[in-house]
Design a protein. Structure first.
Length: 250
């Protein structure tokens, strides 16, 4: 049951062809919003759009969040389709390869930081002017518990997600009097197909760090994101919302 009314609002969700991003897009759509799916994977985007099965309310555009030009073009395309913007969910990201910091390939470091942190900056930079013109907005950035705790063998991902938390706090304070709330979510492991790529031993190890003894569900991430995207979230901004089953409590 969707208790939030997002009718008449338009949301951009990056990295929304699958996983958490798709679940968030679906929940926003069910809550009444128009949704624009942004993703690098054009074929997966089309499949996601077809799965949502509301062509009058769903638009999609292929975008590289690391490219200022690509993000600007996608923003223009979305505005042409729906006329105004009120919600941005920055979900696009990658984990990168695992390595100890001193053994990490600098190219891999740059790629992860470019997508996971600079991509969030570029999307905010492109969309905020439209939110200001609209006189209302909600921005939700998907960070990670790794940004709070720092995961071993993932310093690039941890650093990028810590950057997303700090960017959220800075932007939220800059927009605090503009009727635009900016918040981020810090999930632990969420149950997606990526777990199938890991050994059962590693999956068990990750689960053991979560007091609830289970992984999060994409629907739970979507539920939290939808509240943060709603008008009901009116006195929370520049904040970090935990989604870790008790792993992180600050």
């Amino acid at each position: 049951m969707n208790q939030y009314d997002l009718s008449g609002q338009t949301a951009i969700v990056t990295g929304s062809a699958r996983g958490i991003g798709f679940a968030i897009a679906k929940r926003l759509l069910e809550s009444g919003a128009n949704v624009c799916l942004w993703d690098m994977d054009g074929d997966a985007l089309e499949q996601a759009k077809e799965a949502l099965n509301q062509p009058e309310k769903v638009h999609s555009t292929t975008v590289d969040v690391t490219s200022e030009t690509s993000v600007a073009a996608a923003t223009k395309d979305t505005l042409q389709r729906f006329g105004a913007l009120s919600i941005l969910v920055n979900n696009a990201g990658i984990a990168g390869t695992n390595a100890r910091t001193w053994e990490m390939d600098p190219a891999d470091w740059r790629r992860v930081v470019d997508i996971d942190l600079t991509g969030v900056f570029l999307c905010c930079r492109a969309v905020v002017p439209s939110l200001l013109a609209n006189g209302y907005g909600r921005i939700v950035n998907i960070a990670s518990v790794a940004g709070k705790e720092g995961n071993p063998n993932a310093s690039h991902y941890s650093a990028a997600k810590a950057g997303v938390i700090a960017l959220t706090k800075s932007l939220g304070k800059e927009l605090a009097t503009e009727n635009i709330c900016v918040n981020c979510i810090t999930p632990a492991v969420i149950e997606t197909d990526i777990l199938k790529q890991l050994t059962p031993q590693h999956v068990d190890y990750m689960r053991s760090k979560i007091p609830m003894n289970r992984f999060g569900k994409v629907e739970e991430a979507a539920a939290m994101a939808t509240w943060l995207c709603s008008a009901d979230c009116s006195f929370s901004t520049a904040a970090t919302f935990d989604l870790t089953g008790g792993r992180a409590t600050y």
